[in-house]
Ligand binder design. Structure first.
Ligand SMILES: [Zn+2]
Length: 635
């Protein structure tokens, strides 16, 4: 058991659960709200099937129940409805009739007979066996671990907000598996494998995933005197993967400290980084008030390249406790999981989180200043070549995300992906630099963070905001026409990326023939070839073209996503053959000659390109003060 409990919480939870034995509803401000009992059996986790049973208070007539659809933090209707199986309802032991809603596949109507006051619902979550399509609806269980998201395992009655519904949950684990979670355990386990959690609102339950596994390690990131306790719980597919060098934990301790200095307050009573190390589960991070569910390669902590690749993830998800969970755009703060979310302010929710996450990765030592600059150079170069900018502005990348975030890799550049993350790193860097310039170095974006996300500290609450609230707070930090600034940044069509912040911070984006260390650690086995900035091509080691950049020479010469490069200058394709040929073309007048396969046909494509390989870097511009290094410096 790795959950660090505080004595007072333990006592309160225990008393609360005893009282609930006699209650099927709670009276909150004079309104009776249901208490649902939820028992989850995860003992078959390696088979990837999970069983849940619920006791739901009900009245005779039609009981309408929802399966969670709009999952907080996922910014879309990503609830895993296709995997909901084994659904059955009964009352007093007799089966009940049910029907799915004809207009919404996440809604179920159950006929409750006269005299019944409670419905028993059972379901099986037959969970995915592949990392697609991603997020919490993708593969989450292996032979050795499982990351449980409660939204996949429950139904909830219509007519209440998720704050009004109380869930008393228990969980059965495979024998010998340990666990970590931000949820509080309500009493001693009835046996080693059953955990009873203190009753919480449905909002809090879904906000409290449980990481469990045979190989699980918990490391404290704060000392007893340092405010709310923070720990990292890491589960891995092997014991060896947990054997990280001490600097890893030191960087995460620094991260907690630096975030505390940046924001000046915490909006949690305790915090758990839940880190899954597996090559099989979907890789992503999902934010919660008091934890984050982050999933990376099995060897991410024990190899140098793995540590570099994953250095930005935990800082990003941790920042979300302040930006996204505590402060949230009003139209993303929905009353339940059925109401659609409006994503227009994700350029603050995600964009600023990306900027602050990268900043804290550097301030905590998780990234060196040089690797932080490499990351920034890559973003800037990618966005500076974004062909989809001509038709789609940055605001629309946020507005359209609920229906577009699962888009395929093919045509990504022309479609425009979720640019409100990376492009807003450039925009918020501009804001940081403008504040420093306007106040002659007296203030920075750190001051905005304290005003917008800071005191008072306390347990999780949601404080919503609008576009105007963001502008007004920026104006309190430094007088500037922020409305005009953001309106232009959100609606412009280029050409090129907004590089003004990078340049004003004392650095210039340049290209040369040498990939950065950061590029090489992203793809140490050369599984992909990034020829974005030379010919406008991105392809795999199999030669299959993942994407092209509209307007660049590869697209103009007839290449497109899905085609396969078979040979380069008469020799069978490999990444090395490609690199050699493009370097040789610098001093040869002859075009590169590719044999390309497309839907069973072969064709010769000539690329008349002689500019050599192009990789982005930031170089110092000595004519300006070096603000970027100051931004990345530990406080
Ligand atoms: Zn995020």
């Amino acid at each position: 058991m790795v959950l660090r409990r505080r004595a007072e919480t333990y006592g309160v939870g225990k008393i609360f659960v005893l009282a609930l034995v006699f209650l099927s509803s709670l009276s909150i401000f004079g309104q009776n709200t249901p208490v649902v009992t939820l028992s989850v059996d995860a003992s078959e986790a390696p088979r990837k099937i999970f069983h849940a049973q619920m006791q739901i208070p009900a009245k005779p007539g039609t009981l309408t129940l929802y399966y969670p659809k709009w999952i907080p933090g996922e910014h879309g209707p990503t609830g895993t409805i296709t995997d909901l199986t084994g659904l059955k309802f009964s009352a007093s032991g007799k089966p009940l009739r049910w029907r799915r809603d004809l207009l919404d596949g996440y809604t179920f109507h159950v006929e409750v007979p006269e005299g019944e006051t409670e419905v028993t619902a059972t379901l099986d979550y037959a969970s995915p066996t592949s990392p697609d399509p991603g997020y919490s609806s993708a593969m989450a269980a292996t032979e050795k671990l499982y990351i449980l998201n409660w939204n996949t395992l429950l139904l909830y009655p219509a007519g209440y907000t998720t704050d009004q519904l109380t869930y008393s949950a228990s969980l059965r684990l495979p024998a010998g598996w340990k666990f970590g979670t931000s949820l509080h355990v309500s009493g001693p386990a009835s046996n080693n494998n059953d955990i009873h959690f203190a009753p919480v609102s449905l909002t809090t339950l879904v906000d409290g995933p449980v990481l469990t596994g045979e190989f699980l390690k918990a490391v404290a990131l704060t000392a007893a005197s340092e405010g709310p306790p923070v720990e990292i719980d890491v589960a891995a597919d092997s014991a060896a993967a947990l054997d990280a060098p001490p600097e890893v934990w030191e960087h995460y301790r620094n991260l907690v400290q630096q975030a505390g200095i940046l924001f000046g307050a915490q909006h949690y009573t305790g915090y758990h980084f839940l880190l899954t190390l597996s090559d099989h589960v979907a890789h992503f991070g999902l934010e919660h008030h008091e934890s984050n569910d982050s999933r990376v390669d099995e060897r991410a902590l024990i190899t140098e390249s793995g540590r570099k690749r994953s250095a930005g993830l935990l800082p990003h998800e941790y920042v979300h406790s302040w930006n996204g969970k505590y402060r949230r755009p009003a139209d993303l703060a929905t009353p339940d999981f059925e109401q659609p979310m409006q994503t227009d302010l994700l350029w603050v929710y995600e964009g600023l989180t990306s900027y602050l996450g990268d900043m804290l990765a550097a301030r905590s030592g998780g990234r060196t200043p040089a690797s932080a600059r490499d990351e920034l150079a890559n973003m800037a170069a990618d966005l500076d070549h974004r062909s989809g900018r001509v038709w789609r502005n940055l605001q629309d990348t946020a507005d359209g995300v609920p229906t577009m975030q699962m888009a395929p890799r093919a045509w990504e550049d022309y479609r425009r992906p979720v640019d409100y993350y990376d492009e807003d790193v450039l925009n918020w860097l501009s804001v940081d630099v403008i504040i420093r310039q306007q106040t002659k170095g007296k203030r920075s974006l750190d001051d905005f963070c304290k005003l917008f996300y800071g005191e008072p500290s306390g347990p999780p609450i949601v404080k919503t905001y609008s576009f105007d609230d963001v502008l007004n707070t920026l104006d309190q930090v430094a007088r500037y026409d922020w409305r005009a600034f953001w309106t232009e940044r959100l609606t412009n069509h280029g050409p090129g990326a907004p590089l003004g912040g990078v340049e004003a911070s004392g650095w210039k984006l340049v290209y040369d023939e040498y990939s950065s260390e950061s590029d090489r650690t992203q793809d140490p086995e050369e599984r992909t070839v990034d020829a974005h900035y030379s010919v406008g091509l991105f392809f795999g080691m199999d030669g299959v073209i993942r994407d092209t950049v509209e307007g660049m020479i590869a697209a103009k010469s007839g290449l497109g996503p899905g085609m396969k490069i078979i040979a380069v200058n008469g020799r069978r394709f490999s990444p090395q053959v490609w690199h050699d040929a493009i370097r040789a073309a610098k001093t040869s007048p002859a075009p590169l000659e590719l044999i390309v396969e497309n839907t069973d046909y072969f064709r010769i494509v000539k690329l008349d390109y002689h500019g050599g390989e192009q990789y982005p870097h930031l170089v110092r511009d000595g004519s300006k003060p070096d603000l970027l290094t100051e931004i990345y410096r530990a406080k």
